[in-house]
Design a protein around this ligand. Structure first.
Ligand SMILES: [Zn+2]
Length: 301
């Protein structure tokens, strides 16, 4: 392995420092373009999955913002949001779409500390914004980098951090059983998952890049183990991805194959450019090509 100069955990920490913005693209799943809501976005794509007692609405940003997903989990009486976009223009379109649904926002969850999931939180003042203590701790270590990243983007808004304290295990949302999970030291230092068994919905966020190039700074061993655990789940109709459109269970098989391939290529090459070329040759139609620009960090001494 040529990527052992940084240990895995420090690599993942470095990923936060890089202001990681990663990308995704997908063609899998039952996708409908929303056309009738007043909140129809100009730039992002809305996909909608009807899942029994739940409707999953996913806002996917354009490729230039990594096709990053913000999800709305709509129950009978309320909305639970997961992640809030990177660019403020896109976060405000997402907010307009959420408002068009006409139900109160119960909470916003931050799945992990990467800024492409966090920066748009400022668009939702007064709404409870929550994550686990582990995700919050990681976000706090990145505060300076977040600020620098915002300056580079000419984003004048403040960084809004969530509160911690979200526990893993069983919860109830509007009468529905929800299982909150967390995977440590994989795509990021800590990543929340949300499973609603009655709906057949599992939101994996950045543990799943659907038909997309995946963030190459990671602990792939833990990440693969988490994906294999998802493969064993029964009754899932839709996996909510962090990048690329949500999809049916086959997206997990694809993500495992991709991650194994990416890992092998990074090990077999001696620099980021050649590794990137080999990956693009094998996956010419995957979205989120910009995420591969982070590969060079795997070869830093
Ligand atoms: Zn992401």
């Amino acid at each position: 392995m040529k990527d052992t100069h940084l240990n895995r955990r420090s690599m993942i920490k470095a990923a936060v420092g890089l202001g990681a913005i990663s990308t995704g693209f997908a063609t899998v799943g039952h996708v409908a373009q929303a056309g009738t809501h007043n909140g129809t976005p100009k730039e992002g794509l809305i996909s909608i999955h009807q899942l029994g007692p739940v409707t999953l609405h996913t806002y996917t940003s354009p490729e230039y913002s990594g096709m990053v997903n913000s999800h709305v989990i709509e129950t009978t009486n309320e909305l639970h949001l997961v992640d809030t976009q990177f660019f403020q223009t896109l976060a405000s379109e997402f907010k307009a779409y959420v408002d068009s649904l006409g139900k109160p926002i119960k909470r916003i969850y931050l799945s992990h500390s990467h800024p492409d999931h966090l920066f748009g939180a400022v668009q939702f003042p007064g709404i409870e914004f929550i994550t686990s203590d582990e995700v919050l701790a990681e976000a706090k270590t990145a505060t300076k980098t977040y600020q620098a990243r915002k300056e580079a983007l000419k984003d004048k808004t403040e960084v809004v951090l969530p509160v911690g304290g979200l526990k893993t295990g069983s919860d109830t949302w509007d009468g529905l059983e929800v299982q909150i999970g967390q995977v440590l030291d994989a795509e990021s230092a800590a990543e929340l998952t949300i499973h609603i068994p009655e709906a057949g919905l599992y939101v994996a966020q950045d543990l799943l890049y659907a038909n997309a190039h995946t963030f190459p700074i990671n602990n792939s061993e833990n990440w693969l183990a988490a994906l294999k655990d998802m493969q064993k789940l029964e009754g899932i109709k839709v996996f909510g991805s962090g990048h690329g459109l949500p999809g049916a269970p086959g997206v997990i098989d694809d993500a495992i194959a991709y991650l194994n391939f990416q890992n092998t290529v990074i090990s077999d090459n001696t620099d980021g450019d050649s590794a990137t070329a080999e990956i693009l040759k094998k996956y010419p139609r995957y979205g989120a090509k910009d995420v591969l620009s982070f590969i060079g960090y795997r070869y830093k001494k």
